[in-house]
Design a protein around this ligand. Structure first.
Ligand code: PGA
Length: 249
């Protein structure tokens, strides 16, 4: 049985004032289903102070592959753990695209996150050109395999996977529930049955209150990684409510 998870990815949004009211508006969403927010580094202090003792978990959006050292501007997994982070996104397509993160770097970050006791949320997904060329499964399969090779398949028992088609992120264009289901089932099927059955696979890409229930109704969609809609309290809360209502897988 896989517990649903709704994770917000705030990206580079927020301010102390905006965060305070957003957190007030969403904190109770986590009472009925597992929820988390992945926030910009500078707000971890504020977010951890507000959410400590609540059921809403928090995390970061990136981390360094290194444990410590002369890496100006980077943030280590141990630092995130000190701020009470449970989750950290790894390999988000915006980092793969805009920060030239390779599969190998993503795998190293995944390993670094787990070494500090964090739960990496490994993001995989194809571009529109790759989908049109019929390469979706080859691309997401490779992105997953590189991590399995680096960290070992068993490491996925302490991780979350997120399928985020790049063409659906921030575009308002959502994968249909059927499109998501095909890829989620493919990813799960790449793993040993016991491991695959236990692994939570979130869908990300323009998930919102209006489409969450139909995506979450799919047998292999275990939750959502939510960007834009996670910045609107009513949207995030409604997505969480849809996840709470969805039948358990
Ligand atoms: P979106 O972003 O919901 O705004 O499409 C999702 C993500 O990038 O995690």
């Amino acid at each position: 049985m896989r517990a649903r998870l709704v994770a917000g990815n705030w990206k580079m949004h927020g301010s102390r004032a905006a965060n305070a009211s957003l957190l007030d508006g969403i904190v109770s969403a986590a009472d009925t289903v597992e929820c988390a927010v992945c926030v910009p580094f500078p707000y971890l202090e504020q977010v951890s102070a507000r959410l400590k003792g609540t059921s809403l978990a928090w995390g970061a959006q990136d981390l360094s592959a290194h444990a410590q050292g002369a890496y100006t501007g980077e943030v280590s997994a141990a630092m995130l753990a000190e701020f009470g982070c449970r989750y950290v996104l790894v390999g988000h397509s915006e980092r793969r695209q805009h920060h030239a993160e390779t599969d190998a770097l993503v795998a190293a970050k995944f390993v670094a996150a787990q070494a500090a006791g964090l739960v990496p949320v490994l993001c995989v997904g194809e571009t529109l050109a790759e989908r049109d060329a019929g390469q979706t499964e080859a691309v997401v399969g490779r992105q997953l395999q590189v991590v399995v090779d680096a960290a070992g398949a068993a490491s996925l028992a302490r991780a979350v996977l997120a399928y985020e088609p790049v063409w659906a992120i921030g575009t308002g264009r959502t994968a249909t529930p059927e499109q998501a289901q095909v890829v989620h089932a493919f990813l799960r099927g790449r793993l040993e049955p016991e491991l695959g059955q236990a692994l939570r696979i979130l869908y990300g890409g323009s998930m919102k209150a209006a489409n969450a229930a139909s995506l979450l109704a799919m047998p292999d969609v275990d939750g959502g990684l939510v960007g834009g809609a996670a910045l609107v309290a009513e949207e995030f809360t409604a997505i969480a409510a849809a996840a709470a209502r969805a039948t358990t897988h």
